[in-house]
Design a protein around this ligand. Structure first.
Ligand code: UDP
Length: 454
């Protein structure tokens, strides 16, 4: 028995069970983190719902995929039915291995599911909360959750330690637009309900990107910045073959878009994508389409199937000599292509980290959630892009968008943006390289699990 224990201790560093929220922007970075842990000798199991896995995955990059029921797994159900279903699922996976050498030693859960921490603690396990949005945005949510920022916000907020003054329109919309986003706000404030009990608080960001606010947050929790959590082959290349996230909510287009990009000159193509959830009005889509026409530049535009109807009539046919519209693509592969000179983005946190990692200047078109605050950082704090001014109806008009495209791709300020973005590119690599801040934090995470096992 003793011999077996010693053997186990030597061979197995622990078993991490990960529970992401089943949205593309949430599970992709958590899966990347899981792959990193697996590459360090830990066993990693990620619990994914059927619609994400399409029942076909047993393993992704060394990470075991446990397929779980869809039942209750919705944003509205996160603290109701999903809490029940999710807690049961976690427990059943823990039970399955409890007395084996594969026993679960740690739960990493999406920060919007704080009840998973209770499951970890009730079972004597290490519990780590995983945040898939920036430290800055979450520090705002934290301040609101503690009543330090009172609601409704009626003027510029200049009092948040480590953050610049933020106008109302630069706050996350869940905070600035209470009428529309009450449910979502509760969900994001709930992240802090028991966070003081978490052993680690993991963020998909890197120290240098948000250094001031990270310092303040470290006074509250054991904050580990582990990002950018993008496929390794685009950064440190230490995980051979890790070229994509591995799981997609949408089928990538069969159009030969990479071949199409191969035929374009360096920095000549605009890439547009609004992520997996954002919904723009018909008017906004029309303005974007016309800005593209006016710019007369090449473009690759991801328009999800259900949004296609919003394109102006015959747009695809009429612009086919200049552009390609696809319903989904491998964004990371596209952003790394030398032909891309500008990324028109909705400012989802993953998209921004990808653009910074791959050195692509941005034009920001935030839609909702954290995207407004992210756009503020891209444009005003990091100088990595331009946020065109919207009109009184929050529409970015074609002329403004076209001017921003030209500013990013052609004229003088493009040089400053390009210089800044290339610095960020270096910084992302430094963070993930051996000895870098994110590298060390991942090492520390693994080490702290060894302590738990002693
Ligand atoms: N993405 C992709 N193909 C596309 C559009 C997006 O692979 O055609 C990926 C993108 O690389 C990113 C994720 O989907 O990793 C979107 O996450 P993000 O946080 O940017 O936005 P969200 O979808 O959560 O709003």
């Amino acid at each position: 028995m003793l011999e077996r224990k010693i053997k186990m201790g030597k061979e197995m560093k622990g078993h991490v069970l990960l529970l992401p929220f089943p949205a593309q922007g949430h599970f992709s970075p958590m899966l990347q983190f899981a792959k990193r842990l697996a590459s360090k000798g830990l066993k990693a199991t990620i619990a994914m719902t059927i619609s994400v896995t399409k029942s076909s995955y047993a393993e992704a990059g060394g990470v075991q995929v446990e397929i779980i029921s869809e039942n209750g797994y919705t944003r509205e159900g996160v603290h109701g039915s999903f809490k029940d279903v999710g807690s049961r699922v976690l427990l059943s996976i823990i039970e399955k291995n409890r007395y084996s050498s594969d026993a679960v030693t740690c739960i990493v859960y999406d920060s919007i599911c704080p009840w998973a921490l209770e499951v970890a603690k009730e079972n004597g396990l290490f519990g780590a909360s995983f945040f898939s949005q920036s430290c800055s945005v979450n520090y705002i949510f934290y301040q609101v959750s503690r009543g330090i920022i009172g609601l409704p916000v009626e003027e510029t907020v200049s009092s948040i330690p480590g953050l610049p003054p933020l106008e109302i329109s630069e706050l996350p919309t869940f905070v600035s637009d209470l009428e529309v986003y009450k449910v979502a706000l509760d969900l994001f404030l709930g992240q802090f309900s028991n966070l003081d009990k978490a052993d680690s608080v993991v963020f998909n960001t890197f120290d240098k990107l948000e250094s001031k606010v990270v310092k303040h947050m470290r006074k509250l929790w054991n904050v580990l910045t582990i990002g950018p959590a993008i496929p390794s082959m685009y950064l440190d290349k230490r995980m051979e073959g890790d070229k994509d996230y591995g799981l997609n909510l949408f089928e990538p287009s069969e159009d030969p878009y990479i071949k199409w990009l191969n035929a374009r000159e360096t920095g000549s193509v605009i890439y547009l994508s609004f992520g997996s959830i954002a919904v723009y009005t018909n008017e906004q889509m029309d303005e974007v389409a016309n800005a593209l026409r006016q710019s007369n530049k090449y473009f690759l535009w991801v328009v999800r199937e259900e949004e296609m109807i919003k394109l102006p009539k015959n747009f695809i046919e009429e612009t086919s000599d200049k552009g390609l519209v696809v319903t989904w693509c491998s964004q990371i592969e596209v952003l790394s292509h030398s032909s891309i000179g500008c990324f028109i983005t909705h400012c989802g946190w993953n998209s921004i980290l990808e653009a910074l990692s791959l050195g692509v200047p941005m034009v920001t078109m935030p839609n909702f959630a954290d995207q407004t605050t992210n756009a503020k950082f891209v444009a005003d704090i990091w100088g990595a892009g331009i946020w065109p001014t919207a009109d009184h109806k929050r529409i970015i008009k074609r002329d403004k968008l076209e001017a921003s495209i030209r500013n990013v791709m052609e004229v003088d300020i493009a040089d400053t943006i390009k210089k800044n973005i290339s610095n960020f590119r270096e910084m992302t690599r430094d963070a993930m390289e051996i000895g870098g801040s994110s590298f060390l934090n991942i090492e520390n995470f693994v080490k702290s699990l060894q302590v738990v096992r002693k």
